[in-house]
Design a protein around this ligand. Structure first.
Ligand SMILES: [Zn+2]
Length: 399
C-alpha cells in the first residue's frame, strides 16, 4: 500500500535559491513541453510522448544553460507528470492540462530517486542540493518512491515522501444498509449525516473570513510593486495559511471519525463547474473544503478497507420523502423542515437529503464512482425513483 509522509524542511539561506531554481526549472520545462505537445498535434497530428519530450531536454539545456544546475531526473519527471495529465484528460475526461503559473499558491518539484532520509540526524539528502535539515517526526519502513518538495506562499518548505510498505490494501467492507452513512454537505451546516447528526461550519473560520477581507482590502489599496504591498501580500498569505491549517485540522478529525465509525460512506458528487464561477469568498472556501473533505474520505476509505460511494447530482433529492418516496414538488429552498403529506413523517430538510443520498448510493445504477473493489449488488427493478423508494430498501451482502 502506498502512503505519503510529509515533513517540514528547514533549508539554509544558501539552499533556498537552489530549491527555487528547481521549482522554476520544472515549471519552465512543463510549460515548454505542454506547448510542444499542443503545437506538434496541431501542425502534424502527432502526439509527442514522454520519451520524445525527454529527448528534447539536451537541446533545451543548451539553449538555457541554467537548467543544467538542476537535477535532470526532476526535469524528466515533469514530462512524465504531463503525460499522466494527458492520460487523465483522455481516459477520465478530466480537464485539459493547463500551463503552470508562478502565481500558483503552492510551488513544487519532484525527486524521483537518489535521495536519502536519515532519521538519526534528522536530515534529507537531495541530489544537487545536499543535506537539508528537517524534522522527521515519524518513521516509516518500506520502499521510497518519489518525493515532492514544495513551498507555501509564506515560505515554508515541505517534503512529502511516497512510501510503498509492500502490504496489500485491505479488502473493502461489503455494502449493507445499516453500516452505511449518507452525507450531505451544505452552506448552513458543513455536513449533515443520515444518522441525524449535523456538523456545524466552524466559527473560527467565520472570524477569519472577516480578517481575510480586511487584509485583502489592504493589499488592493497599496501601490503595485511597492514594498508595502509586498508586506501586505505576505500578511494575507499568512492568514490564508492559518485558515487552511485550521480547516484541514477539522476536516481530518471529521473524516477520521466518519471512516472509523462506518463501513460504507455515501456522498453526492460536487458540481465542479458551478464552483469555478463562484466569486464569493465564503462560498469558495466552502467549495474547497468539501472537495478536500471528499478527497480525505476517499483515501482514508482505501487505507482502512472501507468503501466510498458517489452518486451524481440529483436535484429532487430534497423534495423526496425518504420514508415513503412521495415527491413534494412545491418544496422551496426556504423550507428547512416539512411534513410528508403522504405518510406524515416530519422531515428536517438536510437530514432527509442525507438519507436519500444513502439510499440512492446503495442502488447500482445511481452510482458514478466507487472507491475500493465493487461488490455484487442485487439488481434493481426498473420502477421510477420515486416509486422505488416506497419499497423496503434491500440489504446487500458480500458477493
Ligand atoms: Zn412520506
Amino acid at each position: 500500500m502506498l502512503q505519503a509522509y510529509k515533513y517540514r524542511l528547514y533549508p539554509t539561506q544558501a539552499q533556498i535559491p537552489l530549491l527555487m531554481r528547481h521549482i522554476h526549472a520544472c515549471r519552465f520545462v512543463y510549460n515548454h513541453s505542454l506547448e510542444q505537445k499542443i503545437r506538434s498535434y496541431e501542425q502534424n497530428g502527432k502526439r509527442l510522448s514522454c520519451f520524445d519530450l525527454n529527448n528534447q531536454l539536451p537541446t533545451l539545456k543548451a539553449e538555457h544553460p541554467w537548467l543544467t544546475e538542476v537535477n535532470s531526473q526532476s526535469l524528466q519527471y515533469v514530462n512524465r507528470n504531463l503525460d499522466n495529465a494527458f492520460t487523465r484528460f483522455f481516459r477520465e475526461k478530466k480537464g485539459f492540462p493547463r500551463f503552470k503559473s508562478k502565481k500558483n499558491p503552492v510551488q513544487s518539484f519532484q525527486v524521483p530517486q537518489h535521495y536519502t532520509v536519515d532519521f538519526e540526524s534528522n536530515q534529507v539528502k537531495l541530489p544537487k542540493i545536499g543535506e537539508v535539515k528537517t524534522t522527521l517526526h515519524r518513521t516509516f519502513t518500506g520502499k521510497m518512491k518519489y518525493a515532492t518538495v514544495s513551498v507555501t506562499p509564506t515560505g515554508k518548505w515541505f517534503i512529502s515522501i511516497l512510501v510503498d510498505d509492500g502490504k496489500p490494501e485491505p479488502e473493502p467492507a461489503p455494502f449493507a444498509l445499516d453500516t452505511t452513512v449518507g452525507i450531505d454537505v451544505g452552506l448552513t451546516d458543513f455536513a449533515t449525516l443520515s444518522t441525524g447528526e449535523k456538523v456545524e461550519n466552524p466559527r473560527l473560520l467565520k472570524n477569519s473570513l472577516q480578517r481575510l477581507k480586511v487584509l485583502q482590502q489592504r493589499v488592493s489599496r497599496k501601490v503595485k510593486g511597492s514594498k508595502n504591498r509586498k508586506k501586505a501580500i505576505q500578511q494575507l498569505a499568512r492568514c490564508h495559511e492559518k485558515v487552511a491549517n485550521q480547516r484541514n485540522d477539522l476536516l481530518h478529525n471529521l473524516s477520521n471519525r466518519i471512516v472509523s465509525e462506518n463501513q460504507v460512506i455515501a456522498v453526492e458528487s460536487l458540481n465542479v463547474a458551478g464552483m469555478q464561477k463562484n466569486r464569493c469568498l465564503a462560498r469558495s472556501i466552502s467549495d474547497a473544503s468539501w472537495s478536500t473533505f471528499f478527497t480525505m474520505l476517499e483515501y482514508k476509505c482505501q487505507k482502512y478497507g472501507k468503501t466510498l460511494l458517489k452518486i451524481g447530482r440529483f436535484e429532487p433529492s430534497s423534495k423526496l420523502c425518504s420514508t415513503c418516496g412521495y415527491l413534494k414538488r412545491d418544496l422551496t429552498l426556504a423550507d428547512r423542515a416539512w411534513v410528508c403529506p403522504d405518510c406524515g413523517t416530519h422531515h428536517d430538510r438536510d437530514i432527509n437529503v442525507a438519507i436519500n443520498i444513502k439510499k440512492f448510493a446503495l442502488q447500482d445504477q445511481n452510482r458514478v464512482g466507487v472507491s475500493g473493489v465493487e461488490r455484487t449488488v442485487e439488481p434493481v427493478d426498473p420502477l421510477p425513483l420515486g416509486r422505488r423508494m416506497k419499497q423496503e430498501a434491500p440489504h446487500f451482502r458480500a458477493g
